[in-house]
Design a protein around this ligand. Structure first.
Ligand code: ZN
Ligand code: ZN
Length: 624
């Protein structure tokens, strides 16, 4: 039987046997060239050459690194290791599987590799996120006098966009022009993406506008980059332009733009996109429907997510997981767990993400025993889905939030995998909620060595000390942050009004309606104090006078956002606020009071979850 047939029919072929069979062929190969040629022209169909056999073998084992390396050994013994096409296939297959060292060594043994091989190496490095190495290879290629082609530059530009500074952009652009490739559509698309990634939207627009042969791909690419970079207005303008030019967006464009809306919490725009999708008959696509579910869940509208979910003619594990996760972050844990049961009864197998959402739901509802049960079920022997570090962090959070700090600590010490900063961070968060300074200090020691530059953990520990009035320790943390160059992330809150996102920072006075906002806030404070609201000054970190503490607290970004929402949104609409960090205790209490006194629903997404404030209570039941 010819060797390539063996390889293709028996993927578990024993390569030692193969070696034995190859030996005689190898000895024969050089001597039989002439006979072989004659046989091919005159006689019956010739057996495949060694080169063909190897090509088939490389193809058959392209996803098996060990076998590929064995095939390389065979290539060496049969004298075929200098066949460029075979080596290219071998290098390419190994790079595709994430191996970089072996293929690089192989490449370095070659004499005068051609452009195609250089391109293979550059592409392989980029695909393995080794962009700096990819640029080094390009540099070597240039020095070796090899002319790059239209297949080289898309990957060189990609690498440049990742690792080169903004100045690298025009340099690579100039090289592209020098080689006469400035009008290649793929090269231009990559240039456009690179400029957009650098934030140079003017240059990206210029490249885009000067493309005469732009196609769906170039559209899509720019929309995706704009959307992922948070430039939703630009992405939307392009999307509209696409409609005007009669180019139908595909599911990738729609999913990118919806995911940008989800990221920004832009419900108005998300709903507009949804209407366009229905109008153009682009719904009933699983990918698009799942993106819609995700957008609605992350914008805090589970009613709309539920509406889309019910109408879906096809659902997969992503659809179910998105809904379960959506209910969990929106404080509807019972619905999340109910849906999880439905998922089982419909025979859909949960995945890692589903379990994470289920554990999150249990954790945020204080359902400790139920969470433990799901975790144990997931980690039972023989289960296909074993818990990952994120699931362990969720369990620590589950115990910690509910006040079982010791259980949480013991759980960490028994973990079969090394706990990371996420796991210890969950426990430090619990120590902050339950004001356990002793354990907090111990946990902070772990965290400061694991993640010395993470501002969030320093702030948590500082909060514990501040709440206990230990200002000397607060100062020590502040000094530590300074010494280690730890920068605090500036808190901000945003509100969407008439399709525009308004962003507020603490004490912000830059908004055009600033005077009115502060007037409303002051009036609001008076009203709230009359019904029993007192600012919780313990959350203010600095050891300053009470009046000053109240002033700092009073202008937290979410309070400014609420005041702006009150003056800018129609009174029947809820005020939807997105915040980049966790909401502080005082703003939480303040929002509850506002929802009661003004009779206005406030929906707030913080770093971890949603808070739906209505009639003086929050959906998180003060458990966040
Ligand atoms: Zn606050
Ligand atoms: Zn809440």
């Amino acid at each position: 039987m010819p060797l390539f047939t063996i390889a293709l029919t028996q993927t578990t072929i024993n390569l030692c046997t193969l070696h034995e069979r190859l030996q005689p062929l190898a000895h024969r190969s050089a001597a039989s060239v002439h006979t072989h040629t004659r046989t091919r022209s005159n006689g019956p169909r010739s057996p495949p050459s060694n080169k063909q056999c190897f090509a088939s073998l490389l193809n058959a084992f392209s996803k098996h690194p060990t076998q590929l390396m064995q095939i390389h050994a065979l290539l060496l013994t049969t004298g075929l290791s200098r066949k460029n096409s075979l080596i290219t296939s071998l290098i390419s297959a190994l790079l595709l599987m994430g191996h970089t060292i072996y293929p690089r060594r192989l490449f370095d043994t070659l004499h005068k590799p051609r452009t195609f091989l250089w391109n293979t190496l550059v592409r392989g490095y980029v695909k393995n996120d080794l962009c700096a190495e990819a640029l080094t290879v390009y540099d070597r290629m240039h020095r070796a006098g090899i002319r790059p082609d239209e297949f080289t530059f898309p990957f060189v530009i990609k690498a440049c966009a990742e690792v080169a500074g903004i100045c690298g952009g025009p340099v690579v652009h100039a090289i592209v022009i020098k080689y006469g490739l400035a009008f290649d559509t793929i090269v231009r698309t990559e240039l456009m993406i690179m400029y957009a990634k650098f934030g140079d939207l003017g240059a990206a627009d210029y490249v885009f506008e000067s493309m005469t042969d732009r196609d769906l791909i170039s559209w899509n690419a720019l929309i995706t980059v704009y959307a992922q970079g948070g430039h939703v207005d630009k992405a939307l303008a392009l999307f509209e332009g696409m409609n005007l030019e009669g180019v139908r967006p595909d599911s990738v464009t729609l999913a990118s733009i919806l995911s940008a809306c989800a990221y920004l919490g832009s419900l108005e725009v998300g709903m507009w996109i949804h209407r366009q999708i229905i109008k153009q008959g682009l719904h009933k696509n699983l990918f698009v429907d799942n993106a819609l579910l995700d957008m609605y869940a992350k914008c805090g509208s589970m009613e709309m997510a539920g509406w889309v979910f019910d109408k879906m003619c096809q659902r997969n594990v992503v659809s179910w997981s998105t809904m379960i996760g959506g209910y969990a972050i929106n404080g509807e844990s019972e619905k999340a767990l109910e849906l999880f049961s439905c998922m089982w009864s419909e025979g859909v197998q949960p995945n890692q993400v589903t379990y994470l959402s289920v554990l999150f739901a249990c954790s945020h509802a204080g359902l400790v025993r139920q969470g433990q049960m799901y975790f144990n079920y997931m980690s039972r022997p023989g289960s296909k889905i074993q818990p990952k570090i994120e699931h362990y962090a969720c369990m620590v959070d589950l115990f910690g939030r509910a006040g079982y700090l010791l259980e949480a600590y013991n759980f960490i010490t028994r973990m079969p995998i090394e706990p990371d900063s996420g796991v210890w961070g969950a426990l430090l968060g619990a120590c902050t909620i339950h004001q356990n300074m002793e354990l907090g200090q111990h946990v902070a020691d772990h965290l400061f060595s694991l993640a010395p530059k993470a501002a969030a953990y320093h702030v948590l520990m500082s909060n514990i000390y501040a709440a206990a009035g230990r200002w000397a320790d607060v100062e020590k943390i502040r000094q530590r942050m300074k010494d280690h160059g730890v920068k605090k992330v500036a808190a901000y809150s945003s509100v969407e009004s008439n399709g525009e996102i308004h962003v507020f920072h603490g004490g912000d006075q830059s908004h055009p309606q600033c005077v009115k906002i502060y007037e409303v806030l002051e009036e609001l404070m008076k009203q709230l104090r009359n019904v029993g609201y007192t600012p919780r000054t313990s959350v203010v970190l600095h050891d300053v006078e009470m009046e000053e503490k109240e002033a700092v607290l009073g202008t937290h970004s979410e309070k400014l956002a609420i005041a702006f929402g009150l003056i800018s949104l129609r009174s029947e609409l809820p005020i939807r606020i997105m915040k980049n960090l966790r909401i502080c205790n005082d703003c939480h209490t303040f929002s509850k009071f506002v929802s009661k006194v003004v009779g206005r629903e406030i929906v707030m997404r913080d770093k971890n979850r949603f808070h739906h404030f209505k009639g003086g209570v929050c959906s998180c039941k003060d458990f966040w």
